[in-house]
Design a protein around this ligand. Structure first.
Ligand SMILES: C[S@@+](CC[C@H](N)C(=O)[O-])C[C@H]1O[C@@H](n2cnc3c(N)ncnc32)[C@H](O)[C@@H]1O
Ligand SMILES: *[C@@H]1O[C@H](CO)[C@@H](O)[C@H](O)[C@H]1NC(C)=O
Ligand SMILES: *[C@@H]1O[C@H](CO)[C@@H](O)[C@H](O)[C@H]1NC(C)=O
Ligand SMILES: *[C@@H]1O[C@H](CO)[C@@H](O)[C@H](O)[C@H]1NC(C)=O
Length: 245
């Protein structure tokens, strides 16, 4: 039979195990009726995004994919602020990059950072099918390098939205560079912020968890931004750049 949302749940559960999947939803987990209800009654997924999501589930790393309802939230934020310039740090197979591009007018531009060309190869036909290929500029190299190139090109203060979703250890660097690139009232969204592994005995030694925890604590008292930490998927922080007097 044709793969549907229920298959999504199944594939994710096999890949991740129970507890890790709880917070992260691509469709609402069987384990969480509230989340399932929310997704059932609010997800409006573009047909090409549905295809891309199902295609991505064939990949062994599909648990990295953004949650559909999380991507929809970011697309709505972009619409709300009339965003036309965004950066995706950690594109993977392009679900969120495409979702953001579709939320923008035809002159919109998404700079997508990714190190693995094979993921771009998966993404490309879907960008084309959605008629959004011209809006998404993929740069296959270290994300820090791309951000530095944008800064060097004089694009400071010109971006409306940044999504940080790559290697956790560099999150602080991504955040600082994003804060330079974003305009006043622009939004930096940071994924997976509540995935600090409190319960694991290995947490003390987990460099990713530590880096994430340190960044969360830094943002909490960062006067340059307003913020909210949402319990969407594995935790999504929204940092809104303040106007500094
Ligand atoms: C969690 S996934 C991103 C999911 C994606 N945002 C989506 O919409 O489904 C993280 C991605 O970051 C990429 N990545 C990891 N380290 C990177 C780096 N230093 N520079 C650029 N990309 C990186 C990985 O190859 C992976 O595809
Ligand atoms: C969500 O939709 C699925 C598929 O239609 C259905 O099986 C499930 O009962 C629904 N769950 C809730 C909580 O609405
Ligand atoms: C977005 O654009 C619309 C139409 O051009 C305009 O009316 C509105 O004020 C803009 N909103 C923001 C937040 O810039
Ligand atoms: C989120 O971060 C945690 C801790 O670093 C990690 O174990 C988990 O796999 C991450 N989840 C996703 C979906 O990236």
């Amino acid at each position: 039979h044709a793969p549907d949302l229920q298959d999504t749940i199944l594939v994710c559960s096999i890949g991740l195990g129970h507890s890790a999947f709880m917070g992260k939803s691509h469709s609402g987990g069987k384990d969480d009726p509230v989340l399932q209800y929310v997704v059932n009654n609010s997800l409006r997924e573009d047909p090409v995004l549905t295809k891309l999501r199902l295609k991505t589930l064939e990949d062994r790393w599909s648990r990295m994919m953004v949650a559909a309802e999380e991507a929809q939230l970011m697309a709505n934020l972009i619409r709300l602020i009339n965003g036309t310039k965004a950066i995706e740090i950690g594109m993977y197979t392009g679900y969120n990059a495409l979702s953001m591009a579709l939320a923008m007018p035809d002159n919109g531009r998404v700079v997508a950072c990714e190190i693995d060309q094979t993921y771009f190869d998966i993404a490309k036909p879907f960008f084309r099918e959605a008629g959004a290929e011209h809006k998404i500029e993929v740069r296959i190299q270290e994300a820090v390098k791309t951000l530095d190139e944008l800064l060097l090109a004089g694009e400071s203060g010109t971006y409306d939205f940044v999504f940080i979703d790559a290697d956790k250890i560099n999150y602080d660097t991504y955040y600082e560079k994003s804060l330079q690139l974003i305009r006043t009232k622009g939004i930096i969204a940071i994924d997976n912020v509540s995935a600090v592994e409190w319960e694991s005995p290995a947490a003390e030694d987990d460099v990713s968890s530590k880096a994430l925890d340190a960044l969360n604590k830094k943002l909490h008292k960062d006067e340059r931004i307003d913020l909210s930490m949402l319990t969407v998927a594995d935790g999504l922080t929204l940092a809104i750049k303040k106007h500094l007097q």
